[in-house]
Ligand binder design. Structure first.
Ligand code: NAG
Ligand code: NAG
Ligand code: NAG
Ligand code: NAG
Ligand code: NAG
Ligand code: NAG
Length: 597
């Protein structure tokens, strides 16, 4: 009996709830319900709407989100009946203008997001009556001019996003009355300058972004006015140098991004007052030098990005103050002396993540100081099988990027090491899927959960096959495709590997190879004839090599049952496949992978 009653009451209650929630209107192309904070919402994300469906939307609605692509409509005083509306989002809808007094009377609005529309001008009467608004997003429009005081109705505004418009100048008092503003994004407007006057009205600002603003210099007065800043993002501008006391007034900074500028040096004591700084991004500049005292007082810094600069060294004295550093990125400093860097790394033993992608040759003992390392990026380093031994000291990795190297196999010891790592990236390596190169890896694959699964490069019949799908028992024992004696074949074979993958059409390459082969044959013939005319001489292999310098003429030699070839040093255009004769080599003699433990 009681159970029946419980069921009945529950059913009735649910019907009642449904009535409350769903009896209101809902436009046909939208969905309506409650959001995660229990507010009544209408979401229209199908796109291609020609009209804002104000009549079909429940007047009690609290959240309206119109986000589909390809809408085209205008807005105006459509919202007056939605007296409970808190969030209005209309994005990607080609809205051409906001309209006068559009939000008049909608006292409850807290957030208006009109990103990625076609708005060209804004005026102060667009926002009349919105003194309770907290957030306004107008990014990705075509606004080119904003008059003084254009936002003066928005007395309680905290966040303003004007990124990716066509604003070329900030007129004085643009932000008049926005004294509560905490977040301002001006990125992607060619402003050329940040006039201090403009910031007089927004001195409570915590976060200022002006990436891609064509800035060459920041007037120190701006910083003087913005003493509460904790995040400053001036990436992708044209800053050439930073004054000794550039950031003197910004004592509360936690993050500075000045990546993608034209800085050539970080001078001594630049950040001495930024004791709270946690993140410093100086990547993609022209830094040739970090002075000994550059990072003085940065004891709270956890993230340092110096990647893609022209640094030749990073000395231990510079990094000494960085007691809290956990994430270091020095990728892409191709001239950097990594032999010397072991002294620097000695003082950074607590690093959690180290990015050393796209560098010069890596010394074998590079990772010795880092027993705690969790993330390691070695992408694009010409690493071959033997150099994988570099991983020996690190034991607690969770992320390892080995992509874009010269690996064609891994031995059993490395395979079992990789198996314990949560995420290993091995893409863009010339992996050879046979038992002796990848057998050990293929057999541990069922127990890994890497997001990206490596693919075979050779043999050609397996190219592109996922290593996960391969049955070890069906594989060839050992193929000797490639015995590369060229000194830095890594770089070039790497390049043409990528190119051949890109082009996909190997016929062109085959033709070029043929041509080069014929040219070399001709050169041999001519030089032979030339020399034999002048003086009868007998060449040994060594002499010939000595005379021709790096340019060896041996392209293919067959020793015993191994085929090997050398690249002509300056003309490496051929892919591995084209140089291997079409008929399969004599029965393979299994050789262990080159890696040794
Ligand atoms: C955006 O506005 C411009 C001029 O204001 C107009 O020429 C263009 O057609 C508009 N684009 C769309 C998709 O409505
Ligand atoms: C920064 O460090 C220096 C010593 O290098 C010290 O004298 C100075 O007081 C520190 N500055 C600040 C603002 O903490
Ligand atoms: C540095 O970080 C610690 C812990 O994250 C924090 O308590 C401290 O206030 C920060 N600032 C300075 C100046 O040490
Ligand atoms: C440098 O490494 C960090 C991870 O530590 C990464 O978030 C950042 O994007 C890298 N920088 C560049 C320019 O790739
Ligand atoms: C820095 O490295 C040098 C060797 O280049 C060493 O002699 C010196 O003791 C190291 N200094 C610190 C503070 O670790
Ligand atoms: C490793 O570094 C390369 C080059 O900077 C980058 O493209 C790649 O995304 C990085 N890998 C990871 C996992 O972040």
């Amino acid at each position: 009996m009681t159970i029946k009653w419980v069921v009945l009451v529950t059913l009735l209650f649910m019907i009642f709830l449904e009535g409350v929630v769903c009896f209101g209107n809902c436009p046909a192309e939208c969905s309506c319900g409650l959001d995660d904070r229990g507010r009544l919402q209408t979401i229209c994300n199908k796109g291609n709407m020609r009209k804002f469906p104000e009549r079909q939307i429940d007047t009690d609605v609290e959240v309206i989100r119109i986000t589909g692509r390809g809408n085209t409509f205008t807005i105006g005083s459509l919202f007056t009946s939605f007296t409970k509306l808190e969030i209005l989002q209309i994005t990607d809808s080609n809205v051409p203008a906001i309209g006068q007094h559009s939000f008049w009377g909608v006292q409850s609005l807290r957030m208006i997001d009109l990103a990625r529309n076609n708005i060209t001008t804004i005026t102060d009467d667009n926002f009349r009556g919105q003194d309770g608004l907290h957030e306004l997003d107008l990014s990705g429009n075509k606004i080119h001019r904003m008059a003084s005081g254009v936002f003066f109705h928005l007395k309680d505004l905290r966040r303003l996003n004007l990124a990716d418009n066509s604003i070329e100048e900030l007129v004085s008092r643009t932000f008049y009355m926005l004294s509560k503003l905490k977040y301002l994004d001006l990125s992607g407007n060619s402003l050329n300058d940040l006039p201090p006057d403009v910031f007089k009205d927004i001195t409570e600002l915590r976060e200022l972004k002006c990436r891609r603003c064509n800035l060459k210099k920041i007037n120190p007065q701006v910083y003087n006015l913005l003493q509460h800043l904790s995040v400053l993002d001036l990436g992708d501008n044209e800053l050439k140098y930073l004054e000794k006391d550039e950031f003197h007034d910004l004592r509360r900074l936690k993050q500075i991004r000045i990546d993608g500028n034209q800085l050539s040096v970080v001078i001594d004591n630049l950040f001495v007052r930024q004791k709270n700084l946690e993140l410093l991004d100086l990547s993609r500049n022209r830094l040739a030098k970090v002075t000994n005292g550059a990072f003085n007082n940065l004891t709270n810094l956890t993230h340092l990005d110096l990647s893609y600069n022209k640094l030749v060294r990073l000395v231990n004295v510079s990094v000494e103050p960085l007691k809290s550093l956990q994430h270091l990125n020095i990728s892409g400093n191709m001239q950097m002396d990594l032999i010397d860097i072991k002294y620097t790394f000695q003082s950074l033993q607590d690093l959690r993540s180290l990015f050393v992608a796209e560098m010069g040759p890596l010394p074998m003992e590079l990772l010795v100081p880092f027993r705690q390392l969790k993330a390691l990026n070695l992408s694009g380093n010409h690493l071959d099988n033997a150099l994988l031994l570099i991983l020996k000291p690190v034991d607690s990795l969770e992320l390892l990027d080995l992509s874009r190297n010269q690996l064609n196999g891994v031995n059993a010891a490395i395979a079992s090491k990789l198996r314990r790592i949560k995420d290993v990236i091995l893409t863009k390596n010339p992996l050879i899927c046979d038992v002796c190169h990848l057998g050990s890896l293929i057999s541990v694959m069922p127990s890994v959960e890497w997001p990206t699964i490596p693919e075979c490069f050779l043999p050609e019949s397996l190219r592109g096959a996922s290593v996960m799908d391969i049955n070890v028992n069906a594989l060839d024992g050992c193929m000797e495709f490639f015995h590369d004696e060229g000194h830095d074949a890594a770089s070039t074979s790497h390049n043409f590997l990528e190119r051949s993958l890109l082009i996909g059409n190997l016929n062109v390459l085959a033709f070029v190879c043929g041509l080069i082969f014929v040219m070399f044959a001709a050169i041999i013939l001519i030089s032979f004839v030339y020399y034999s005319r002048h003086r009868a001489r007998y060449y040994t292999h060594e002499e010939k090599r000595g005379e021709a310098g790096e340019k060896s003429l041996d392209i293919l030699t067959i020793k015993g049952n191994e085929i090997s070839f050398k690249f002509p040093m300056d003309d490496r255009v051929c892919t591995i496949d084209e140089l291997v004769p079409p008929s399969p080599p004599p029965p393979p003699r299994c050789k262990p992978p080159i890696t040794k433990e």
